[in-house]
Design a protein around this ligand. Sequence first.
Ligand SMILES: Cc1cc2nc3c(=O)[nH]c(=O)nc-3n(C[C@H](O)[C@H](O)[C@H](O)COP(=O)(O)OP(=O)(O)OC[C@H]3O[C@@H](n4cnc5c(N)ncnc54)[C@H](O)[C@@H]3O)c2cc1C
Length: 669
Amino acid sequence: MDATKKQDVRIGFYICHCGSNIAAMVDCPAVARYVEKLPGVVLSRDYKYMCSDPGQELIQKDIKEHQLDRVVVASCSPLLHEHTFRAAVEAGGLNPFFFHMVNIREHDSWVHTNKVEATEKAKALAHAAIQRVAKHKSLEVKKVPIHPDVLVVGGGIAGIHAAMTMANAGKKVYLVEREPSIGGHMAKFDKTFPTLDCAACILTPKMSEVGSHPNITLLTYSEVAKMDGYVGNYTVTVKRKPRYVIEDQCTGCQECIANCVYKEPKFHDEFNEGLGKRKPVYIPFPQATPQVVAIDPKVCLNFRNGVLTDKCKKSCVTACGEKKAIDFTQQETVQDIKVGTIIVTTGFKTFDAKRVPQYGYGKFPNVYTALEIERLVNASGPTAGHVVMRDGREPKSIGIIHCVGSRDKKTNRWCSRVCCMYSMKLAHLLKEHTGAEIYSFYIDMRTPGKGYEEFYDKLLEEGVHFIRGRVGEVTDWAMSPEEEGKLVIRVEDTLAGYVRRIPFDMVVLATGMEPQADAQDVRRMFNMSCGSEGFFLERHPKLAPVSTFTEGIFIAGACQGPRDIPDTVAQAGAAAAEALALIDKGHIEQEPNTAFILDDECCGCKSCIPLCPYTAITFDESKKKATINEALCKGCGTCVAACPSGSIVQNLFDDEEIFSEIDGVLAHD
Ligand SMILES: Cc1cc2nc3c(=O)[nH]c(=O)nc-3n(C[C@H](O)[C@H](O)[C@H](O)COP(=O)(O)OP(=O)(O)OC[C@H]3O[C@@H](n4cnc5c(N)ncnc54)[C@H](O)[C@@H]3O)c2cc1C
């Protein structure tokens, strides 16, 4: 059966040499001559670069001079140039969907070594496209207006930078952070590598700007519970946990903390990694934004098992006085927000050092994680910057073990990118604070950043010892008098070529970066994908590094993979720029390759509904039929294949088009 025989179509065919990419393996003129004789084909040409301006002009000229009403281009992947050629066809005066593209580069010339066979394959693919394009229908690109407001999820340095960039450009931004304060991991650091500039000095001004920016609505202690809608028109439900403090009325005077019935801090202090204690009413850290206290119902005497008991004499309320900021009756609230674009910046968590039991974390009190050391060396930390160990001594010798939970097939295969650098930063700070002898145990030293290799040189000059080799174990088992009462690191020194035992007072584990524990939930909520290691997946690692597969949703920072602050900030700026470009365009153009339901044939079985990965299908109870939201449909075709009554059709992929294509490819022998 030849589809074109029954059609009165005038097809123009173009085969591209792509320099020698295609022409070296496919005889392009021979394919053009073959196609010329097919029914419906008015002209058939081969050309060196069809995507070039002259190539596109050729198509436009031919459409006009030869009254073409269909165009086929055989060249590279449609991913690269389908839009280019559709635009050329439209500029020639045709509906852009009267066009079909054949990939004879990735699917043919690049994967074959026999020119005769590759040429025959190109002819078969071209024949298929000619038969298919004859069945193409005129379609329209729809324009959907875009809401100008933006949601940023996660208030670490990535979220802060993205929110500020958008807000300074005049956009209204909602910044949702699940902790009582923004700041993320950076807020815990004393200094940042490689410049050793004070983290608080560079972060705090940005945090207060966010807190007071007229275009930013800061929603701390909050999480996104649900997202509905589609690019340009998202409705996001934000759940706000009760702080038991009215934000607008709290001045951050902290009188309530001073007057709490607990005279001394007694409870686990998350911000200080458990190295310090806090009261039930607390502010996470001095520069917290907003400067508003929170009450922890798990430990406050006024609650039992989270339920209000009114058993405490509530001296915090008395201390708050006329401000009346404390409200024990506060409940969780939900709020719906309408936005056009979303930037997800939910960051990372550090590897749990207990998963490598041979390094003794949790067993030996003087084994610390790097994040704990960040707090110990910090002037606003639990020891006001004095490095004293859990046993009260100041360390005289410290071993830092790199790659804990990184570059290890048993835990995480990836390199966490920042551990070499932050280990050196901590080596410098620990030396500065204690004058201790410091050894760093590394697999490879990775310092690929501006000023990073120079920082390594500086540490060598400071007398830090670097030993190349993966540490086997940390033990308290002494084999000699000098090991008595010490932690001993056993390592194969791969440069010296023998196994060493080195005793230390303190051991620091440079734990790697991992996806957040709830990354899969967040991924599902925002219709994103995760890579095999669990970080959010970008649309293209080189060409679309901050876009996701869901339009209008962008990612930035360590939620996409391990990275340092400079890279995080650069990426956050890029995500904001992409979101701005979308908003300022004012509308979204939607591909018409969507699916639709033939109402007369739908039996209402609902089998398509749970299969749709974009939640685009709902059930219309009044009609007892499924219905597809065109704006949400991405044209994946899952529902079309699954529909038992064949009542779902997809534009550009209807049965007639597909069967004609199959006939075409089989027609060539
Ligand atoms: C020990 C250590 C030391 C380091 N030192 C340096 C250094 O000196 N210099 C340097 O350049 N880099 C350093 N880094 C790397 C640096 O921490 C990261 O580059 C940076 O924190 C990434 O920022 P982020 O905003 O992407 O993520 P994060 O800092 O993790 O911030 C993410 C934020 O999102 C919030 N969040 C998470 N999930 C949700 C949710 N579902 N809803 C709402 N909010 C959510 C979190 O509470 C957090 O506030 C270090 C890393 C470590 C582990």
